[in-house]
Design a protein. Structure first.
Length: 88
């Protein structure tokens, strides 16, 4: 799993017509204190947006790193492995 600096923007998502939208896909973010969040990059405003509010001064951007969320298949296989004893 690759980890990116906040200066690198995630891939844009396509709209219902197949055109690139102004937004990236959701990614997992984490800061130096271990705080996790879900965010996306707004290509029109050139700013990161967070699903959970982050208390900041106006115009301030938090320092963080991010990674793409695990694929559903990989996550499903991981959950199967983790919970195999409990599901049997």
């Amino acid at each position: 799993m690759k980890i990116f600096n906040q200066t690198v923007a995630p891939k844009r998502v396509k709209d219902e017509f197949g055109y690139l939208s102004n937004y990236s896909e959701d990614v997992i973010t984490f800061d130096g204190n271990g705080m996790l969040n879900i965010a996306w990059y707004d290509y029109q405003d050139k700013e990161w947006r967070f699903h959970i509010d982050v208390e900041l001064e106006p115009g301030e951007q938090p320092e963080f790193a991010w990674m793409y969320k695990p694929s559903q298949l990989a996550l499903g296989e991981t959950l199967k492995t983790v919970f195999s004893n409990k599901l049997a």
